[in-house]
Design a protein around this ligand. Structure first.
Ligand SMILES: *Cc1c(COP(=O)(O)O)cnc(C)c1O
Length: 351
């Protein structure tokens, strides 16, 4: 082995859901939104000639429209290249203590990857047997807290009272609430921003706004924490938001009607799908997201995952303790979910 190999950082990377090249598939594996972006986004004009210029490093067009949308000051908004970028920046910025940060044992599988990458100590308090957060587990000393609400990959929403309880018990550390799925159900922690100076709420355009391909995420907090985030960002990469993203992201926020309409369609399809697979002996955890976490009475999840894939239907399977008999199924159109239900019906019958 070459001597330089000791100098190379070795990490166990996050494994994103498959993005099959084949377009002839039903893709229910990465929680994308089946409905395209708003017509306003489609009509947006990107002047290609302007691409020779760097974009606005402050991303002010997008920051301003998000601030207005959420009724906060622009100094309270930070934008990044998907919420993954915003979360990674937040880990770098806010989690710098020798004490372990805390997040649930079953949660978004990027958190431990960032903690490892940035050498942040962490502990993972277990969710209870119903996959619910145990708030008392977050009363101990820590170097920061992060959890999604609704949680991933369970889809379970934690009552805002419990979220506030965790924030208020941890005034000496930063609490990040990752609200990637909040538009599909539940009350946001944004209402607590003015009350607690240790709270950061993170959102994404990838799920509810149908714009995973553009990579836009944001954080809302108080001006002090947002400045801290920007200081780290400017120390790393000043021009994170490209010109097309700034233009199209802004247009998306301006079309609230379309946004609400498509979100409610996804929610209606989710409820319909949960009912449709019940008679097939599937149980779904109560979902407030754009996916369901389902388990079958007899058939191992891994087997169904593979059989579905062979039939060109992609869902997500996590070979991890406690959840290795569940499938995470993103909600597509009614038609897609009907096809998947039909596949499941036939598969179970012929097995
Ligand atoms: C999808 C997801 C993200 C990341 O989304 P981006 O596409 O990077 O904005 C962050 N957190 C959770 C819990 C997610 O499910």
């Amino acid at each position: 082995m070459a001597a330089w190999s000791d100098n190379i950082r070795k990490v166990e990377p996050y494994v994103p859901g498959e993005q099959p090249k084949d377009t002839d598939v039903i893709k229910l594996n990465t929680n994308e939104n089946p409905y395209g972006p708003s017509q306003r986004v489609k009509n947006a004009i990107v002047d290609i000639d302007t691409l020779r210029l760097y974009p606005d490093p402050t991303a002010s067009a997008l920051v301003d429209v998000l601030a207005e949308y959420h009724g906060v000051d622009p100094s309270q908004v930070f934008v990044g290249v998907g919420s993954d970028d915003v979360l990674a920046m937040s880990f770098l910025t806010f989690f710098n203590s020798d004490k372990p940060i805390l997040f649930p044992d079953i949660t978004y599988s990027f958190y431990d990857v960032w903690a490892e990458l940035f050498s942040i100590p962490y502990e993972r308090p277990a969710l209870d047997e119903n996959f619910r957060l145990v708030k008392e587990n977050y009363y101990r000393e820590n170097g920061g807290i992060v959890f999604p609400n609704p949680n991933a990959p369970t889809g379970i929403y934690e009552d805002i009272k419990n979220v506030e309880d965790i924030v208020s018990h941890n005034k000496d550390s930063i609490v990040i609430v990752d609200e990637a799925y909040i538009d599909f159900g539940g009350e946001s922690a944004l209402g607590l921003i003015d009350k607690y100076d240790n709270l950061v709420v993170v959102r994404t355009f990838s799920k509810s706004r149908s714009m995973a391909g553009l990579r836009i995420g944001y954080a809302i907090s108080n001006p002090v924490l947002i400045k801290a985030l920007n200081d780290v960002k400017y120390s790393y990469n000043s021009y994170t938001m490209n010109r097309p993203s700034l233009i199209m992201g802004t247009e998306s926020v301006k079309d609230d009607e379309y946004f609400k309409e498509t979100v409610s369609k996804v929610v209606a399809t989710r409820e319909r799908f949960v009912e449709a697979i019940k008679p097939l002996d599937f149980t779904c955890l109560p979902s407030s997201a754009n996916f369901v976490f389902a388990t079958h009475k007899d058939i191992p999840a891994k087997e169904i995952f593979q059989a579905a894939k062979d039939a060109h239907i992609y869902v997500r399977y996590f070979d991890k303790p406690r959840i290795d008999n569940y499938l995470r199924i993103s909600i597509g159109t009614d038609e897609e979910m009907d096809k998947f239900t039909e596949f499941l019906t036939n598969y179970i019958q012929e097995r």
